[in-house]
Structure formats: structure tokens, C-alpha cells
Design a protein around this ligand. Structure first.
Ligand code: UDX
Ligand code: ADP
Length: 459
């Protein structure tokens, strides 16, 4: 079949996979190819066992796969035939050298840019999908346009705002789509090409076009603001625990102010995920680089508060459990960084598990979707102190404490009387997500400690 346009996405991960599946399902006349160097990932995308768990994803993939959605490891050929190339490779925080711990590691991204240059024999639009430091598009344009064949590349920024667990809904019905491009005639034409893809299903007034730098910076800023709200409410949660105020009531009261709004005000054990911390640290690094240390320090505090929240949670567990957890069995309910995903990148549960094991507790990890990732994340720790268990009831057997790490709906619906009966006494329940009914659990016999609201102790 002849396709009107050929789109390629390099990187078949959490962003590239779902985004391209939706573009393919909504634009049947466009050929969409997703390419990755990871052969297993590419193979898995073509089975019923997709490499990532995302509600609704399988159905969307099924509508388009083999029709106009294709997966391949042959990145070079895919580049050669594409008109528009989305780059969605990973850009983790650097772990070495200058900027270690803050700056983005751009090695995968740069390799991709060079490969695009080598394999292109016709003009192309290259779109940054991965979150990148401001002015990366400019660098990419320089690398790409330094080619012997006089092939021209227009580099655009089209950051992805989807959240995991709701990726398909977010893609189908986005608050906005943002496309940044050079303010030249060529640049504007390239932007219009990408706009026309999204316009298949997104109303035009929700498709924003800006210059490249605004687009790049908007992504970092959106994530920094969202994370800041969570750190802000978590800081108030700490104060609530000291004063007897209830953070849920405070969040509700302030959230009714239209200027503040109710979302992203759930106190928790802290935010996780691949974006928030990485993007804020990236912002901090940029501010330092541009000589703005006060601005850098302001944003860095959002990350420090998040780390403090996790440590505070573990300290509270230890102090409530008579100041020692050596040899105690502690069941962690949930390992994913939030519900409805198997993703464990930067999950607070990982930090909690590590701190508990450092205190020589025996940690039992249970999660409906993230056990394989948990096994990998905890592989460097003494395995005699860790048990992986898919059944939460079994995970809680003989445990001294249960700690809720992820707000999976299933954990709200468990039979806690049964769990209580099988545990060591006194039985402790630490609710790191504020999803359980404190009074009901107390009545069963637990000592219950939520976040930022009064707990109930039987001791
Ligand atoms: C985030 C942004 O929401 C998304 O727009 C961007 O594209 C990528 O980063 P994601 O990391 O998938 O998405 O999840 P999100 O729903 O934002 O949650 C991030 C973390 O914050 C989770 O650990 C979640 O449990 C936590 N959280 C969220 C809270 O602790 N309290 C809240 O009120 C909201
Ligand atoms: P994100 O959450 O941003 O989507 P992921 O780590 O889930 O990040 O996905 C990034 C994908 O990019 C991975 O599957 C990785 O194998 C792929 N990738 C990295 N470098 C290259 C490259 N040079 N060519 C093709 N794919 C790449």
C-alpha cells in the first residue's frame, strides 16, 4: 500500500510505543514505524505480551499493527525511508563526569543524531520527543546539517506530557499538544506538518506552536511545577503529623480555591517515576550553567523534600516498631512508582526497601505488575533478606508490619481481618499512600500510621 506520509520513531519505550500506536490508529494513511536497538523489546511489541503495561494500550496497538504500524530493529533502513523522525531514546541523569547526578546523559541521543545523519538521503523533519535540556534542538540541528550530501533537516521539539497509567487517555484527549520550531518559513512549514498529524484527533485550539526553546523549557517547567506541588503538600504533611491537623482536610480546603485547584495535592511517600526528579535536576543544572545559583537552589529543594519524605517514613516505621527492625518481616504492598503501571524507575518503594534492608529487616515485596522490575532493581542487595511474592495475603503472613507503597486499587479491597490474623502481633500498618480507612483497621486490631493525618496506635 502507498502511504501519504512516513513517520518513524526511534526508541520503543514508555513514550515512543504508546505515542506512535495512537498516531497510527488515528492516521491510517500514515505509515508509522517504531525502531529500537533492543531486539527483545521490538519482538515483544509484536506479541500479546507488550513490553510495557498501560491500560488500553493493547487495543490501540491491535487496531493498527500490520496495517500502518510496524516495529523493527533495522533503524538504518527505517531512517532512510522516513519523512518525519521522532526521537524518543532515553536521556537518563548522568552518572559520571561533569554534571554527574544532575545533567542529562545525552550519549544515546547524540548517537541517534549521528545515525540519522548517516542514513538520510532526503530532507527530513526531526522531532525531539525525549525530554532534553533547553537548546538541545539547536545542537542537534548543527550535528545533522553538517553533512556532505546537502540533505536538510528541520529540528522541532514536541515534548510528551502523558503520564504513565493513563497514557492512552492522555494521548487521545490531551490538555494540549506543544510543538516548537524555528521561526523561519521552512521551520513553520515543518511545524505545520507535525500539527497536521495531531489535528487528525486533537482540536486545533489545543495544539500550541512556539519557538523551540519555549517548547523545550515548558516540558521541564511543567514537571517541576507538578513535582513542586507534591513536595509542598508533603512538607505540610510533616507539620500536620506534629500538630494534629489532617493533610487531606488541608489539601481539600486549599484545593477549593480556584487559583490553586485540587489536583496533585495528595500527600504520599513521595513522587517517583522517570521524569520528575530527572527533569528538575536537569533544570537545576541548566540554572547553574547559566549563572543562576539562587534559582537552582530553589528548585533543588523540591527534590530534597521528596527524599526527606521517604526517609521520614522509614524513620517513623523504625521508631513506632520499638526502635529496631532487625530480623522483622516487613511486607511492602506495591513496588511500582504509582498504580496502573509496572514501571519502577525512581520508585519510592526502592528507597524504602533499601533503607529497611540496611536496618537488617526482612523485606517481602508484592506488586501486581512490577515484581520482575523489583527483582532487577534489588538484585545487588542480600537476597536472603528479600522475598518476592505475588499474593499480598502470603506476603503479609508472619509479617510484623505492612507498608503501602503504591496506591493499587486492589490494596484498598483486601480482607484486612484475614491479613491481621496471619501477622505477628502487635501488627503495624504504615499507609504511605493514604488509601486505607484508619478507623476500620484500628478496629481490626492494627496500629495504623498514615501520612499527614492522625494515626491510631494500640500500644
Ligand atoms: C509525569 C507527568 O505527570 C507527565 O505529564 C510527564 O509527561 C511525565 O511525568 P508520571 O511520572 O507518569 O508523569 O506520573 P504522575 O502521575 O505525574 O506521578 C508522578 C509521581 O507523583 C508518582 O509517584 C505519584 O504517585 C506521585 N504523586 C502524584 C503524588 O505523590 N501525589 C499526587 O498528588 C500526584
Ligand atoms: P522513555 O520512558 O523516555 O520512553 P525508555 O527507556 O522506556 O524511555 O525507552 C527508550 C528506548 O530507546 C529504549 O527502548 C532503548 O533501547 C531505545 N534506544 C536507546 N538508544 C537507541 C538508539 N541509538 N537507537 C534506537 N533505540 C535506542
Amino acid at each position: 500500500m502507498e502511504f501519504a506520509r512516513k513517520v518513524l520513531c526511534i526508541g520503543a519505550g514508555y513514550v515512543g510505543g504508546p505515542t506512535m500506536a495512537v498516531i497510527a490508529s488515528k492516521c491510517p494513511e500514515v505509515k508509522v514505524v517504531v525502531a529500537d536497538i533492543n531486539a527483545k523489546r521490538i519482538a515483544d511489541w509484536q506479541t500479546d505480551n507488550l513490553p510495557i503495561y498501560e491500560p488500553g494500550l493493547e487495543a490501540v496497538v491491535k487496531t493498527a499493527i500490520g496495517r500502518n504500524l510496524f516495529f523493527t530493529t533495522d533503524v538504518a533502513s527505517a531512517i532512510a525511508e522516513a519523512d518525519i523522525i521522532f526521537v524518543s531514546v532515553n536521556t537518563p541523569t548522568k552518572t559520571f563526569g561533569i554534571g554527574a547526578g544532575k545533567a542529562s546523559d545525552l550519549q544515546y541521543w547524540e548517537k541517534t543524531a549521528r545515525q540519522i545523519r548517516e542514513c538520510s538521503h532526503s530532507d527530513k523533519i526531526v522531532v525531539e520527543k525525549s525530554t532534553l535540556p533547553v537548546r538541545t534542538a539547536e545542537a542537534m540541528e548543527r550535528i545533522l546539517n553538517a553533512n556532505a550530501e546537502h540533505v536538510h533537516f528541520d529540528v522541532l521539539s514536541n515534548p510528551e506530557f502523558l503520564a504513565e497509567g493513563t497514557a492512552i487517555q492522555d494521548l487521545l484527549n490531551p490538555d494540549r499538544v506543544l510543538i516548537g520550531g524555528p521561526e523561519t518559513a521552512r521551520g513553520r512549514a515543518a511545524v505545520e506538518e507535525v500539527v497536521s498529524l495531531y489535528a487528525h484527533w486533537v482540536p486545533r485550539e489545543r495544539i500550541l506552536t512556539t519557538n523551540v526553546w519555549s517548547s523545550e523549557l515548558s516540558k521541564l517547567t511543567a514537571n517541576a511545577f507538578l513535582a513542586q506541588r507534591i513536595s509542598s503538600i508533603n512538607s505540610i504533611a510533616a507539620l500536620c503529623e506534629e500538630t494534629g491537623a489532617n493533610v487531606e482536610e488541608v489539601a481539600h480546603a486549599i484545593g477549593m480555591d480556584k487559583r490553586i485547584g485540587p489536583k496533585f495535592l495528595h500527600a504520599s511517600i513521595g513522587f517517583g517515576g522517570s521524569c520528575f526528579q530527572k527533569d528538575i535536576l536537569n533544570l537545576v543544572y541548566l540554572c547553574e550553567h547559566f549563572g543562576l545559583p539562587e534559582v537552582a537552589a530553589y528548585w533543588e529543594q523540591v527534590v530534597s523534600m521528596n527524599a526527606h519524605q521517604r526517609t521520614r517514613f522509614v524513620s517513623n516505621m523504625i521508631s513506632k516498631m520499638f526502635n529496631t527492625i532487625v530480623g522483622k518481616r516487613i511486607a511492602l504492598f506495591g513496588f511500582a512508582f504509582k498504580a496502573d503501571t509496572g514501571d519502577t524507575r525512581e520508585t519510592p518503594a526502592l528507597y524504602v526497601a533499601r533503607e529497611l534492608i540496611e536496618e537488617r529487616a526482612h523485606v517481602v515485596v508484592t506488586d501486581p505488575k512490577a515484581l520482575d522490575n523489583a527483582r532487577r532493581d534489588l538484585a545487588d542487595l542480600p537476597q536472603d533478606l528479600i522475598t518476592y511474592e505475588s499474593d499480598p495475603y502470603k506476603a503479609a503472613e508472619s509479617a510484623h508490619a505492612v507498608a503501602i507503597m503504591t496506591e493499587w486499587k486492589l490494596y484498598k479491597e483486601l480482607d484486612y481481618s484475614r491479613i491481621y490474623a496471619s501477622m505477628e502481633k502487635p501488627a503495624f500498618l504504615f499507609d504511605g499512600r493514604n488509601i486505607l480507612d484508619v478507623d476500620a483497621l484500628y478496629d481490626i486490631g492494627f496500629s495504623v500510621y498514615p501520612i499527614g493525618r492522625p494515626g491510631k496506635s494500640r500500644l
